[in-house]
Design a protein around this ligand. Structure first.
Ligand code: CTP
Length: 489
């Protein structure tokens, strides 16, 4: 089979000229060939040469444009350069053998077949020749082409060896199965099951890279079901694994929260590509196993699971080495607020409840609503339509109240600085109390969100709490005005 038409660019052409002239063999190999056959574009090209990859990269780059910068790692024998937003990586064909405690192999020169054999999956071990005599010919000693067409993930060697050598490949198998909607060959899957513990030599960052790719796939549930079935999930993510299962008492069963969460994640995946919102979907019910209660004659409850879940997030993120920054706070916020919007659908709901949610969710209110809509997993079409309609009502209320009161990005009309000046006091608890009282009054709709109303409210608060003003409202406005014009200068 030939793919010469598909590899017609100047880089491949120069590689071909050089290796043919030197009676060497070179191939484009790996993910690029896989994606080419699948009809997916790829910006990463791996070229393997039976000889020095570094020398070939330099020669090719020099012919294209001597100004191209080639970077290389001498110890790995690899070199790469960028040309027209594609990365070309060159490496000498190699044989690898592994030490039990590390993913870093001992490398020896080898043939292209050795190089194909050392790769993770047959679909990633396809090569196209770049030699003029058989330019574009598919070199496929392990039947990767047929696996690609049948949608099978299989290893070129005994899978126990492939996975034990580099346990990250177990996660890669599941990741590719999810991204491509492929089936993992049975023998390979059994080898994953028996090698789960080998994941201990893999860094958490690498594990996360694969988890992120699974989460970002079109149907992430495929990957999480495989992670659960293989035993990897309970090893890397016990809290998620604990959500599996159904318990029944007095004829009443609760739903399987693991499968429910996966359904929510799949639903959300159809609405957004945002990685962290997808994480929030996966984790929105993570507090359920720890809040599960059976109440006689009532059934199962998970009271407060959203707060319990939000509290669990930092521990989970820390252990898994996920980012402990705004991303984590965002996930926490989504988890803790996911039960709130539905309450707002009731007719008698006050503007004050709507304002509070707007204030707490801030700019993330739309994401929260998207999560809630994805959280509808009923199989009953009519119910789904009714719930979606309810959320339309909530969205409308949110919009109306926001247009009226602008609390979404609430900025207090009276700052701590102004309070300190008004009463001539230093930083202290009372300032926080005053700010909080003003904020509550605004959110509860007692006063409008402006300086004059807030000042009048503060006068009342001061009288009740025996606080003496040392500066008037006009003084404060004047000071603020001066400070502002200095800032502007
Ligand atoms: N490879 C491997 N074992 C690994 C990682 C990579 O055998 N643990 C090989 C595979 O042949 C793979 C190639 O190296 O095709 C390039 O790896 P990489 O760029 O990580 O992956 P791709 O297959 O290109 O796929 P993606 O870009 O989606 O990660």
């Amino acid at each position: 089979m030939k793919f010469s038409e598909n590899i017609q660019n100047i880089v491949f052409q120069y590689v071909s000229d050089i290796v043919t002239g030197q009676e060497q063999e070179a191939y484009v190999i790996g993910g690029f060939v896989r994606d080419l056959i699948l009809g997916r574009g790829s910006k990463d090209v791996d070229i393997v040469v039976e000889g020095s990859g570094i020398k070939l990269a330099r020669d090719v780059a020099h012919r294209i444009d001597p100004k191209i910068r080639v970077s290389y790692f001498k110890s790995y024998g690899t070199a790469m350069f960028r040309y027209k937003d594609t990365e070309y990586e060159f490496v000498g064909a190699r044989k690898e053998s592994y030490n039990h405690d590390s993913r870093n192999p001992i490398v020896e020169d080898g043939t292209v077949k050795d190089d194909q054999l050392r790769r993770d999956f047959t679909i990633n071990a396809l090569a196209l020749s770049l030699h003029q005599d058989n330019y574009g010919e598919l070199i496929d000693p392990f039947n990767g082409y047929s696996d690609l067409k049948r949608g099978i993930i299989r290893t070129p060697r005994d899978p126990k060896v492939t996975f034990s050598d580099d346990p990250l490949r177990m996660l890669r198998a599941i990741r590719f199965a999810t991204q491509l909607n492929f089936h993992i060959d049975e023998e390979a899957f059994d080898a994953i099951v028996s090698n789960v513990e080998r994941l201990k030599i893999i860094s958490k960052e690498r594990i996360n890279e694969e988890l992120h790719k699974i989460i970002l796939a079109p149907e992430p549930s495929v990957g999480f079901k495989l992670l659960a079935k293989s035993g990897i999930l309970s090893y890397v993510f016990p809290e998620l694994s604990a959500m599996q299962g159904v318990e029944k008492r007095e004829g009443m069963a609760h739903k399987d929260n693991f499968f429910h969460s996966l359904k929510v994640l799949d639903n959300l995946a159809r609405l957004t590509d945002d990685l962290w919102l997808r994480w929030a979907a996966l984790l929105h019910d993570i507090g359920k196993p720890r809040t599960k209660r059976f109440v006689e004659e009532h059934g199962w409850t998970f009271h407060g699971h959203e707060y319990k879940g939000a509290k669990m997030i930092p521990g989970i993120f820390k252990r898994m080495k996920l980012p402990l920054n705004q991303k984590m706070k965002y996930v926490q916020k989504m988890v803790s607020l996911h039960m709130r919007p539905i309450i707002l659908v009731e007719d008698e709901v006050t503007d004050s409840a709507v304002r509070r949610l707007l204030f707490e969710a801030g700019d993330e209110i739309d994401d929260l609503m998207t999560l809630c809509e994805a959280d509808i997993t009923s199989k009953n079409h009519e119910k789904v339509q009714r719930y979606l309609h309810n959320y339309q009502i909530v969205r409308k209320k949110l919009l109306e109240v926001e247009q009226k009161d602008r609390v979404r990005n609430f900025q207090p009309p009276i700052t701590g600085e102004m309070i300190m000046q008004a009463f001539d006091i230093g930083p202290s608890r009372i300032i926080g109390d005053i700010k909080q009282a003003i904020k509550n009054a605004i959110l509860d709709g007692e006063i409008s969100n402006n300086f004059d109303d807030a000042w009048a409210f503060m006068e009342g608060f001061a009288a009740e709490n025996n606080l003496k003003f040392v500066r008037s409202k006009n003084d404060i406005t004047l000071i603020q005005g001066q400070a502002k014009s200095e800032d502007d200068r």
